[in-house]
Design a protein around this ligand. Structure first.
Ligand code: GUN
Length: 292
């Protein structure tokens, strides 16, 4: 078993991005973070994104709105960001409150600034295997981990547990692409899939993105599988000052010894999501210079 160290790989990417940003003497990339409400996980994710941007030399602007903001008012803010030339990327932190139509919001972020890749245009381009698309950051981070560890995907069976728009669906599409990494055979599983184990046991690469702590147990994983754990679940832990600890969707203790590669939680996929967001922001900035 080899641990895939997401912190180490994300740090290498951040260093590469820092060098590239330093080369621009006129103007710097700038990303806008939009947060609605005070969900503690969202507050912490956005802080992490702000800190990483600053480290790289990417400017950021944080907009925080109350939970009660109306759809119309939020859309107006998005339109303004779309129209601000010195903002190159826009990230609307999910989840949004129930009364907000999140799809409507994501679809009105300018595709050129949609560094999260949630917009229908970018999702469509991903399907078309158009490299100009912004790929959703967590799936892009997973692919980057696989690539940098030299794990082969050609002809392999990738089983994706979860069908979310943010992770599951685009992750499968990325591994399906013609290219490297890519050319894999994909199985999507979800909460309504009967006999999950039948599928997971035949996986060469298992991507757990189902959002349930310790969902993937030892009996569901064949020996030599590469396991990518996307889950970030807070479970109560009285021994911690915060009162909780983070665990993945995989029961790491029992599953890890059977795997060839596995990502830990924390320190696996999480840091990669942030690194890929920064890479997408730099891409949006470079595109804006090219089209100016
Ligand atoms: N919530 C959970 N993951 C993400 C992400 O990658 N981007 C945004 N905007 N919100 C999220």
């Amino acid at each position: 078993m080899e641990l895939i160290d997401g912190n180490e790989i994300a740090s290498a990417i951040i260093e590469e991005l820092t060098e590239r940003v330093a080369e621009f003497d006129k103007g710097k990339p700038c990303v806008a973070f939009v947060r609605v409400g005070e969900d503690p996980a969202s507050v912490s994710y956005v802080k992490k994104k702000e800190r990483t941007a600053a480290k790289i030399g990417i400017e950021s602007k944080l907009l925080v709105f109350p939970e009660s903001i109306s759809q119309e008012a939020l859309m107006e803010e998005i339109y303004q960001l779309n129209d601000t030339p010195d903002i190159h990327g826009i990230l609307v932190q999910a989840p949004l409150p129930d009364h907000i139509d999140a799809r409507e919001v994501f679809n009105h972020v300018s595709p050129a600034k949609d560094v999260d890749g949630f917009n229908a245009v970018n999702l469509g381009k991903l399907c078309q295997e158009d490299d100009s698309a912004f790929a959703s950051c967590t799936p892009a981070g997973i692919v980057e981990l696989i690539k940098r560890k030299g794990i082969q995907t050609e002809g392999k069976h990738v089983v994706v547990l979860g069908r979310s728009l943010i992770v599951g669906k685009p992750a499968g599409m990325l591994f399906l692409r013609k290219g490297s990494p890519g050319n894999a055979t994909i199985t999507y599983c979800h909460s309504r899939t009967p006999d999950l184990k039948k599928h997971t046991l035949s996986a060469d690469i298992l991507i757990a993105a189902i959002g349930k702590p310790h969902f993937v147990t030892e009996d569901m994983v064949g020996s030599g599988t590469t396991v990518i754990d996307v889950g970030i679940n807070r479970i109560p832990d009285k021994t911690k000052k915060s009162g909780y600890r983070l665990v993945g969707d995989v029961d790491f203790e029992t599953v890890a010894p059977k795997t060839s590669f596995i990502t830990p939680v924390p320190g696996g996929v999480g840091p990669m999501t942030v690194a890929m967001l920064m890479a997408n922001t730099l891409k949006a900035f470079e595109n804006s210079i090219r089209s100016a």
